[in-house]
Design a protein. Structure first.
Length: 363
């Protein structure tokens, strides 16, 4: 039975990946999920898998060398899928250091531990072991508005935010391990994800949450920045396909040719929410485009991201399956069915975060 070590599995994409993997492989695999449970990690995301014999949760920081080495010593790990990171650009602008710590040093710790466990005396690696580093398209910087300009795997790195700079650094470390030691790894650079379990600091869940509360919807700058949105389950599938069918040492870009301006996303959310609410629901009356509030732009705001997923399609046969209209409906349905989840994650420290991030912008 293949054993996976998943880092950051209590976060948004990690938890969706774990659900996807158990749905696909059921009892054929074993998953060990290592997560420090920061503000973004939530064991509620994994309630459905908690009782499984082939699932283990370990609370540990990926920077904690002893804790990570111990997991490798006690388990014969076949696959590492490395999600754990600080992931929010706005937070990275306020507090860059934790991004360097977790994203760069944490990745170095993971690489070192895997190398130590998998390396043979002659410097080669045990057969079949693989490390997948989950990264972002933001490492490539910002594209011009020219609709024919895309990010390819060989687009030079040009990160702008502390978040993307830290992810770029972690990618470089993985590349260095592959080049120096022939360490068996892949890197995936994916576009913006959306779907169930996404923390309401990111655009889509934040807008859904505010809209249902009748609160202002803060759109940065002119609202015309473009992101390339991918339904999270399609990302989970791509990660698995790259790890099993991709060529080792290669980078694969993952994205859906689904470019949208932020303002279109916010309007679609309002439209779909209005369609979903009964006329008798008191929230419906307040839920109009009047909630849209243009606020001061994000510092260093990248204008446009867009992935060319040609390589992953050609080599591996992966394509996004969930059209945006369908994906956003599924996401909104999920949030309706999990209002308690939203309530839990927005109680406590969330309010402090929201006030410090948006207070001055909105008032
Ligand atoms: P997230 O913020 O929702 O989850 C991150 C998880 O990592 C949380 O469970 C958190 O507790 C854990 N974590 C943070 N610091 C840790 C540490 N020091 N030790 C152990 N665990 C720690 O992030 P996400 O949106 O699920 O992103 C996951 C990965 O995918 C990240 O590497 C991110 O850069 C990458 N990515 C995200 C997107 C996106 O749109 N969200 C797109 C492309 C790539
Ligand atoms: P975000 O979800 O933070 O992802 P990223 O910055 O990693 O792409 O933001 C997506 C886009 O939405 C980005 O252009 C910034 C914008 N945005 C807003 O306009 N208002 C908001 O409140 C947030 C969180 C983001």
């Amino acid at each position: 039975m293949r054993t996976y070590l998943v880092t950051g599995g209590a976060g948004f994409i990690g938890s969706n990946y774990i659900h996807y993997m158990f749905k696909k492989y059921d009892n054929e695999i074993r998953i060990i999920n290592v997560d420090a449970l920061t503000y973004a990690g939530n064991l509620e995301n994994l309630r459905d898998v908690e009782g499984r014999d082939n699932y283990t949760f370990v609370k540990a920081n990926i920077c904690d060398r002893d804790a990570i080495n111990k997991i490798f010593e006690e388990n014969d790990i076949d696959r590492v899928v490395h999600f754990a990171a600080e992931s929010h650009v706005d937070r990275s602008i306020v507090n860059p250091e934790i991004f360097v710590e977790t994203n760069v040093l944490g990745t170095a710790t993971m690489l070192n531990a895997a190398k130590k466990a998998w390396e043979l005396p002659d410097g080669s690696f045990k057969e079949g072991k693989k490390f997948l580093h989950v990264s972002t398209d933001e490492v490539y910087g910002s594209l011009p508005e020219d609709p024919n300009a895309y990010f390819y795997e060989d687009t030079p790195y040009d990160p702008h935010s502390p978040y993307s700079a830290s992810k770029a650094s972690s990618d470089m470390l993985v590349k260095a391990y592959m080049d120096t030691y022939k360490f068996p790894a892949n890197i995936t650079n994916c576009s913006n994800n959306y779907g169930p379990f996404q923390f309401p600091e990111k655009l889509i869940p934040l807008m859904i949450h505010n809209a249902l509360e009748g609160k202002a919807l803060p759109v940065y700058g002119d609202g015309k920045n473009v992101r390339d949105w991918l339904y999270v389950e399609d990302h989970a599938k791509a990660i698995d396909m790259v790890q099993e069918q991709g060529r080792l040492f290669e980078t694969y870009n993952i994205g859906g040719h689904n470019e949208k301006q932020n303002i279109e996303i916010v309007q679609t959310i309002i439209d779909v929410l209005r369609e979903s609410l009964d006329d008798s629901d008191p929230r419906k009356e307040k839920l109009t485009y009047d909630l849209i509030t243009y606020v001061e732009d994000r510092k260093g705001h990248d204008r446009r991201y867009a992935i060319a997923p040609d390589k992953i399609k050609k080599e591996i046969g992966w394509e996004p399956e969930t059209m945006f209209k369908e994906g956003i409906r599924k996401t909104i349905e999920w949030f309706f069915a999990h209002e308690d989840w939203m309530e839990h994650v927005t109680s406590g420290d969330y309010q402090k975060y929201y006030d410090s991030m948006y207070g001055e912008k909105l008032y």
